[in-house]
Design a protein around this ligand. Structure first.
Ligand SMILES: C[S@@+](CC[C@H](N)C(=O)[O-])C[C@H]1O[C@@H](n2cnc3c(N)ncnc32)[C@H](O)[C@@H]1O
Length: 217
């Protein structure tokens, strides 16, 4: 399935976007990596969470799951995401362990980013397998409970005085390793979403969201 074939199949749909915009959205969807998920365990700082969203959009992650025990209703900042929050689905969940167990049952490996003794170098993992990358809270890191359901602990080597990276930077390092491995294997040229899934997402991106935005303005 290529862009032309999808656009042909969409002929007759009443999307509220210009043809060029529709083409761009289809191109993005054809490269989205349905089997690469980011799980954010209680990342609290909106700058960090926004930067994580932006990186996820850039590498083609479609779904971000997150727990958050703070009191903000929205933990991203649109000026920092630069709009990328619109193109990634955010799922807030109550129970990290149950969510991760559910994803494991669906065939995902769970890769927790952790600065612990038994962590392996982050490049040792095969991110071309269906993967959930877990990143942790700015102070506490990934919890023991989440680590207990993970298949790997991975660490990004640190050679300086600081013990850890900023969580959004660590996310980018790991996700771009996944992107490197996946692009070598041609994953960005092999669409993962079905035509039905693309249509469903476009109903939102190129129709419902536009109506919502118009109502707000
Ligand atoms: C500031 S760190 C948390 C530090 C915390 N004291 C700990 O020991 O995990 C926030 C998150 O960034 C990620 N992170 C930061 N530096 C990392 C590194 N060198 N290797 C792997 N993950 C890292 C992890 O997801 C971590 O939970």
């Amino acid at each position: 399935m290529n862009v032309e074939a999808v656009l042909k199949a969409l002929e007759g749909e009443n999307y509220l976007v210009e043809p060029q915009r529709l083409r761009k959205l289809v191109e993005i969807l054809l490269r989205r990596q349905k089997d690469l998920i980011l799980f954010s365990e209680n990342v609290k700082n909106e700058h960090n969470f926004s930067a994580i969203i932006r990186t996820c959009d850039a590498v083609g992650v479609l779904n971000i799951y997150y727990t958050y025990d703070g009191n903000k209703t929205k933990i991203y900042n649109e000026h920092i995401t630069m709009g990328s929050h619109k193109w990634v689905f955010l799922h807030r969940v109550e129970n990290a362990v149950e969510t991760l167990k559910g994803l494991k049952e669906k065939g995902f490996q769970i890769v927790a980013t952790r600065l612990v003794g038994n962590s392996v170098h982050f490049r040792e993992v095969d991110y071309t397998k269906p993967t959930v990358v877990v990143v942790g809270n700015e102070l506490e890191g990934v919890s023991e409970e989440v680590a207990s359901v993970s298949d790997y602990n991975v660490v990004i080597p640190m050679y300086g005085m600081a013990q850890s990276l900023n969580v959004s930077v660590a996310t980018a390092v790991i996700l771009y390793e996944a992107e490197r491995q996946r692009s070598l294997k041609g994953f960005y040229n092999k669409p993962q979403l079905s035509l039905e899934e693309i249509k469903e997402i476009l109903q939102k991106w190129a129709y419902r969201d536009i109506i919502e935005d118009r109502k707000k303005s």
